[in-house]
Design a protein around this ligand. Structure first.
Ligand code: ASP
Length: 591
């Protein structure tokens, strides 16, 4: 038995991902997890894994002692071991593996820790379902698909930090225990033990603090920061998420768009190797008209065509009554079977979409037109629809009608659905754009009040200011969103920076002067001490990373995500507090 030479402070001379033919003959020390054991009796192979890769270890009756063979025979999955051995050439080389040219003939090894049998296999293709993997997330992170995504996230974060830092931005941390910052969601609150009956709110974003930093003269701020919003979790949202939050002083909208277009181009180039041209800009109104959506995916066409003039008053009274008749041309879909079309009709009628129906018209390859409403529309009528929607022979036109806003949003959902089904939303294609000129205010049916569409600190366009009294819904804001492949990845605005306008804005939003003072007095006070003109933007970092990583879901790019009910199933949070803790916080539960 060779005398081992494990140095106390050296767990490894190499990682499990780096040995190759160059090191053949060398003595090495490796540490890692046992991924797999293949025991043929006379020979035992062990795949040893760490963050960097896999290395094959070999124990061989002819070259290894009996004790060593026995000890190796007892190894099981996920044991943590430290191995000393010699790099040898592999007989059966594996060109798909970074270390596939070699294996390590083990002199001896030490078990650093044993492991229970893991609840799922720690391999790229695992047998573990989502719930199980979330409960044992620390095991899931050992798997390449998750590990690689976390490493990718780090890389994107580094590129962002370097880019912004090179542009003169300073990363400044802002507090988490604050007062409400309205971003349109509910606050998570934290009771204060030392201030009886009082609560902090966790920031929905660092919005007011970054504005105060501008008053403080830090004219280029950024922060990669956690934000907290207590919303009903629609698919793929997290109650805590990360933003790249930025603010600049002495800038206009154009300056901000330029800097952050630069950042996005830089990331696409550095991370995806993709060059994109200057980003197109589209007004909010145009986006809604053309795509029924303020975050259009422009990787594919199927732009909306409004058909009111062509489809109303032709005897089809289903259309006549409606505010809007609007259609799209689906490329190559004239070949859809009756069943496929019926499926689409059922799809839009589901409660999630809520459409009343869907009219279809095929533009056949032979130039004839056939529709579900042939009784009412002649070939010429349908040809006019084709002209308006841009349908060509071989395409299928789909038409919806109803309340304008609802119908646009339903047709938009259908367009995206078809984009997915027809493979038009290609993960390796990137089509960014700016959506600008958002409305300042948005009518809320429930509260019967106007709400800030972005947030209450967004400045109205000067030329629309007068409309605030007469037609508040028509006022446009100096607000912009950066959209990438159908996702809003960033949004921001030029801010109000004088007390007068800010107080007026609070008034329009239904705050009494007292309420405004109680909630945002600190900001309006600050505006009286030489607040510079300023504006900013925040990117959704989780989403940005997922898109750059070619995925739709953000969850895998977050080390410890929460489930759809906002729970962390690994640590089992949220959880009850015991009575002592409640007493200390002066809290009594109503339950
Ligand atoms: N605070 C805003 C948000 O979280 C971004 C901004 O206006 O800069 O969406």
């Amino acid at each position: 038995m060779p005398i081992l030479n494990f140095k106390d402070n050296m767990y490894r001379s190499h990682t499990c991902g780096e040995l190759n033919a160059q090191q053949i003959g060398n003595k090495v020390t490796l540490s890692g997890w046992v991924q797999k054991v293949r025991n043929k009796g006379f020979m035992i192979w062990v795949d040893l894994r760490d963050r960097y890769g896999l290395t094959q270890l070999i124990f061989d009756e002819e070259r290894s002692s009996k004790e060593l063979m026995e000890k190796a025979g007892n190894l099981a999955r996920e044991f943590v071991i430290q191995v000393e051995g010699t790099v040898i050439e592999r007989e059966a080389k594996n060109p798909n593996m970074a270390t596939g040219e070699i294996e390590v003939l083990v002199d001896d090894f030490k078990i650093l820790n044993s492991s229970k049998t893991p609840p799922f296999t720690i391999e790229d293709e695992t047998d573990g379902g989502e719930d199980l993997r979330m409960k044992y997330r620390y095991l899931d992170i050992r798997r390449n698909p998750v590990k690689n995504k976390l490493m990718f996230r780090h890389q994107v974060g580094m590129k962002v930090r370097n880019y912004l830092s090179n542009q003169g931005f300073i990363e400044i941390e802002t507090p988490y225990l604050i007062k409400s910052t309205p971003e349109g969601a509910r606050d998570f609150v934290v009771p204060s033990r030392m201030n009886e009956g009082q609560f902090y709110a966790l920031p929905q974003s660092p919005q007011t603090f970054k504005q105060l930093l501008m008053v403080g003269g830090m004219d280029k701020y950024f922060q990669i920061v956690k934000c907290f919003r207590d919303e009903d979790l629609r698919a793929d949202r997290q109650p805590e998420f990360t933003q790249i939050d930025c603010e600049m002083a002495f800038v206009e909208q154009e300056d901000i768009l330029n800097i952050f277009e630069g950042l996005t181009m830089h990331l696409l180039k550095e991370i995806k190797g993709v060059d994109v041209a200057e980003f197109p800009r589209m007004t909010y109104d145009e986006a809604m008209k053309k795509y029924g959506n303020d975050k259009p995916d422009i990787r594919f066409g199927m732009e909306f065509a409004e058909l009111d003039d062509l489809a109303k008053n032709k005897g089809f009274n289903v259309f006549d009554q409606q505010e809007l008749v609007v259609g799209i041309a689906v490329p190559g879909a004239a070949s859809f079977t009756r069943k496929e079309i019926d499926n689409l009709i059922s799809w839009v009628k589901r409660p999630q979409i809520g459409a009343n129906g869907l009219v279809w018209a095929k533009y056949n390859e032979d130039g004839t037109l056939k529709s579900s409403v042939d009784k009412f529309y002649s070939q010429e009528d349908l040809a006019a629809w084709a002209e308006a929607t841009g349908a060509k022979p071989g395409d299928l036109m789909l038409v919806m009608a109803g309340d304008a806003a609802k119908t646009r949003s339903q047709l938009s959902a259908l367009r995206m659905h078809l984009g997915n089904e027809l493979g038009l939303r290609k993960a390796d294609e990137f089509a960014p754009l700016w959506v600008v000129d958002f409305p300042l205010l948005e009518w809320d049916e429930e509260t019967e009040r106007f709400h800030a569409m972005h947030h209450p600190f967004t400045s109205p366009k000067k030329e629309d200011f007068a409309l605030l009294e007469t037609e508040p819904g028509k006022v446009r804001a100096n607000a912009y969103d950066l959209v990438l492949n159908g996702n809003e990845i960033g949004g921001g605005s030029i801010r109000i920076h004088d007390k007068e306008t800010q107080s007026q804005m609070f008034k329009y939003l239904g705050f009494t002067p007292e309420e405004a003072k109680a909630q945002f007095g600190f900001l309006m006070d600050a505006f009286q001490y030489g607040a510079p003109p300023h504006g900013g933007i925040a990117f959704g970092f989780d989403r940005l990373v997922a898109i750059l990583g070619g995925q739709e879901s953000i969850r895998d790019f977050i080390a410890f995500p929460k489930n759809n009910a906002g729970r962390d199933v690994m640590i089992d949070a949220p959880a009850k507090l015991d009575n002592d803790q409640l007493d200390e916080l002066h809290l009594q539960l109503k339950l």
